[in-house]
Design a protein around this ligand. Structure first.
Ligand code: HEC
Length: 527
């Protein structure tokens, strides 16, 4: 080994890495310079003391002692456990390694995992304790600590958390804070205004009740929030929000992972009220077995089956997030939309579904799905012995149900009615800041389009304050209308309503002009 290293140094010294021969030689990769930056970005969010990762990876000794396993789990892309295919679509909190990072880890391990110069090591990032969003308006805690037995088994436990709200409340953000992160694997949140939750709680011994696939009944709102390790809580853009109903109970389903040590958890839900009036409520569009086109939803023993569901959106919507849900037979997901024009909008692809890593995937900016588009979902289930998670051995025919031994096919799409400019709106960790990603000057598609003669909305955003000229021209380029008084607009988003009642039917163009920018969008005036 020693000889090998001196050979390596010699080669590196001789070529300086530029000739074709030398480009092939393994780089002298070190922990300090190459591996620590990868680990401290992609692994320590979970692999540090007190977090869900089974061991810490916070310094050279900890990482080097696991070198072979790390090479293996990164090589097969088992870790980091980000399930959405980054070659298909992108989301907030995305945590994946590039091919070259995986190769670097492999080469480093194969070269004996050298440390390099400790002075080059980056510091471990600061991980702030407490709320990531500020001071909550309402803190809804678990009423008691829950004791999770050290028997190496998973538990899915639902807790019913009363909010004691006297009136409906508009919500800008919901944050789940795990009490004991070593055992808290994921959490799903719903809300319910009936007594069905408390009834289930008293019917079972101990605090809360055990239920695998959901809450054990269909609550007022099933998909109110979710959490997986590494997911950051965020505010909805202002003007968007969810409702928390008067007297509602929050249903909190927590998945506690296997542990050899009996330990307890008391988690809390932090709620942040909307500061701005909510004009658009985030609502869940569910795709479920009713929309399956190749049903019934039965997965015969020893079969791999793919179900296809689809749903047509009647009006333009903007998607905020997507959350697919299957159980242990689930193998993969593909979710996309086909526009009336035939174009495809990619939504989410999961190549290896894992029940333990489910949660909402939130889009980098709101994702517009035009009216008439069909949203499609394909879920594949493996009910053979090749599936190590198959709850039956030998396999048995499986149908719909909430139990571990039954299956589900659900896709929750959180959406609001579309407004021009949504293409730039993001979920944010701060209220009024960061709401617009990359401030860019832009003219958005006119909405609705075609118009039947009512008013249309023209949305645009400005990177800097600028004098703006907004005109409507006909197909021959003649200016038909000046849409806004020529004046200076502030940076950020703007909207102008334009009446189209007296325009002859035909094709028109809306044009946005600033001193250093111009863009045109089509508008069709129909009969
Ligand atoms: C989102 C949280 C999270 C992140 C990020 C994460 N891990 Fe893990 N890791 C876990 C959990 C939880 C386990 C426990 C086993 C499981 O759930 O598969 C685990 C298990 C492991 C194991 C043991 C696998 C086995 O079967 O023995 C290794 C090795 C590992 N992680 C390495 C890494 C490396 C390297 C990274 C970064 C490139 C990373 N992990 C990123 C949460 C995470």
């Amino acid at each position: 080994m020693k000889q090998f290293f001196s050979w390596l140094l010699l080669v590196a010294g001789l070529c300086g890495g530029s000739t074709p021969l030398c480009a092939q030689a393994p780089q002298a990769l070190t922990y300090s310079e190459h591996i620590a930056p990868i680990v401290y970005t992609h692994c320590t969010p979970c692999h540090r003391r007190g977090e869900v990762g089974p061991f810490p990876l916070t310094n050279y000794q900890e990482v080097a002692s696991k070198a072979q396993t790390i090479k293996f789990v990164t090589g097969i892309r088992y870790m980091p456990p980000w399930k959405a295919d980054p070659k298909y679509s992108h989301f907030l909190d995305e945590n994946t390694l590039t091919d070259s990072q995986i190769q670097q880890i492999k080469d480093w391990v194969d070269n004996g995992a050298p440390r390099g110069n400790p002075n080059q090591e980056p510091p471990l990032p600061a991980y702030p304790a407490g709320s990531q969003l500020g001071t909550p308006d309402l803190v809804v805690p678990m009423a008691q600590a829950y004791t999770h037995q050290g028997n190496l088994k998973d538990i899915y436990r639902v807790f019913v958390l009363p909010t004691h709200l006297q009136q409906d409340q508009d919500i800008a953000a919901v944050e789940f804070r795990p009490g004991n992160k070593r055992i808290t694997h994921h959490a799903l949140l719903g809300q319910d205004t009936t007594q069905r939750g408390p009834q289930r709680d008293v019917a079972q011994e101990g605090y809360g009740y055990t239920n695998f696939g959901g809450y054990g009944f269909s609550p007022t709102e099933e998909n109110w929030g979710s959490w997986v390790p590494g997911a950051q809580a965020r505010y909805y853009p202002s003007g968007l929000g969810k409702k928390l109903y008067k007297g509602a109970n929050i249903l909190l389903q927590v998945h506690y992972g296997p542990t050899p040590l009996t330990q307890s958890d008391s988690s809390v839900v932090n709620i942040f009220f909307a500061r701005q009036p909510v004009r658009r409520y985030v609502q869940t569009i569910p795709l479920s077995p009713i929309q399956i086109t190749n049903g019934p939803f039965v997965i015969p023993a020893n079969m791999v089956r793919t179900f296809h569901a689809e749903f047509q959106v009647p009006t333009d919507v903007s998607l905020v997030s997507v959350l697919p849900h299957a159980h242990l037979l689930g193998k993969s997901w593909k979710i996309w939309a086909v526009k009336p024009t035939g174009d495809t909008i990619r939504i989410l692809k999961i190549n290896s579904w894992n029940f333990n890593w489910q949660g909402a995937y939130r889009f980098p900016t709101l994702l517009r799905i035009p009216a008439g588009s069909r949203i499609m979902a394909e879920g594949t289930y493996d009910n053979t012995t090749n599936n190590p998670r198959n709850p039956f051995s030998p396999p048995q025919t499986v149908t719909w149900g909430e139990e571990t031994t039954a299956e589900m096919f659900v896709v929750y799409l959180d959406a609001v009615p579309y407004r021009p400019g949504d293409e730039s709106l993001v979920l944010s960790a701060q209220t009024e800041k960061e709401l617009f990603q990359r401030p860019q000057t832009k003219l958005y598609p006119v909405y609705p389009n075609p118009t039947g003669g009512g008013s249309v909305t023209v949305g645009f955003a400005l990177a800097h304050s600028a004098p703006v000229k907004l005109t409507l021209t006909d197909a021959r380029g003649r200016v038909v209308r000046q849409l806004a008084p020529s004046r200076t607009f502030a940076s950020g988003p703007h909207e102008v309503k334009v009446a189209t009642e007296h325009l002859p039917t035909g094709l028109y163009f809306v044009k946005l002009e600033t001193p250093d920018f111009s863009q045109t969008q089509k508008l069709v005036v129909g009969p």
